[in-house]
Design a protein around this ligand. Sequence first.
Ligand code: BG6
Length: 481
Amino acid sequence: MTLSCDMLVFGGSGDLALHKLLPALYHLHRDGRLAADMRIIAVARSPLQRSQYQALAERHCRAQVARADFTSDSWQGFAERLDYLAMDAAQSAEYGRLARLLGNPAGRLRIFYLATAPALFAAIAEYLATAGLADARSRIVLEKPIGHSLASAQAINATIGRVFSEAQVFRIDHYLGKETVQNLMALRFANALFEPVWRSGHIEHVQISVNETLGVENRGAYYDRAGAMRDMLQNHLLQLLCLVAMEAPMRFDAESVRNEKVRILQALRPISGLDVQDRTVRGQYVAGQIAGQDVPAYYFEKQVDNDSDTETFVALRAEIDNWRWAGVPFYLRTGKRMARKCSQIVIQFKPVPQRLFDNDQANCLVIRLQPEERISLQLMGKSPGKGMRLTAMELDLNLAQVFPQKRRWDAYERLLLDVIEGDSTLFMRRDEVEAAWAWVDPILDGWQQYYQSPRPYPAGRNGPEQADSLLERSGHQWFEG
Ligand code: BG6
């Protein structure tokens, strides 16, 4: 049973809270993982009564949670924990009401989850401190993106750091809570098989793709200022890159794991100035079709500027300047409104040193994060019958089939529990976030400096053609399997 605590969700009526956090908390409640007296208090500006908020939360949880897991008994119990406070988090005078609601019970943990725009992070932290709510019993959770540039991230981190110690700050990247992402660490560091070949001598290149079919839904206002680089690549894709590339940590604990990740971020070769033209591709979707449905162009989405030049797609070629990875391209790609939802990491091995057979292909290891969680190793084998005719075959590990009884946890369930238990291994440390921005900033500047406006791609295609040429120049191609 976990510690007794209150969790406050700022931005409680926003998309993230309603679509992700509350369903995750509901599951934890249903599985008996929350302390019996834990309260969840949503904070937002809308003037709602508690019962109205509970009804709103119920509607969203019902839609997100599998029917078999949503029972009226469990919901009733969950709704009793759920409270709502209408307040403007940008006004320091309002924090007195918050302090009164929380009271001062000894030994009770307070978790402040900031699911708001990052522009509010620093102010909320300061007002919490002024109201006496930032003591040793408090933890603060920050959603990505932390800032929109290195300077803004440093400013946020500095203010947060004046109020909370680093151990109290949980910078969330929900990709780290995904089961297959953690499995990547198990695969690398619990199997002696891979380590000897996990390096430049044996690996031709690595691809990390996070392709979405979704557009920007109700988040046009945020997304149009962020774009794919800030929304996805600066955080989720770079985190995946770190896990593929990092050295084995001394121990599986927060500091050791994060030290190794930071080293990789610091070893990324800068992409700046004119490099952006050779090593990066920006795209923006125009009208097209996905699964037979018409999809309008990005610039017609709600709350998006009609002449927006925000990228909804980015692909780039990263390189890591260290002994293990010298000369191995890491191709990163992410986009909205692509052909199909698929997040995967592909490790493409080099061909055999001397070819004996006509149609052999080099091996590749595919780690699929979604929609299915699977790890497959593509090998060459012989087709039955006379002669040495080779065929590509798969050793395929489908995690849902290996553990058929187990409900698949959503990333937020795992991460919220880690916050309650105080385990920061799967959260980003301050220097990690800043190192990621330090690498991304010059790319954003290069785009501005050389007016690299996004290349159009029709919705339903995996990005603009230039993203294919990015790999073809080195004799590679995107793995679409
Ligand atoms: C979020 C981004 O962090 O991740 C969204 O802000 C994106 O734009 C989402 O859609 C993708 O997450 P997942 O878990 O569905 O791959």
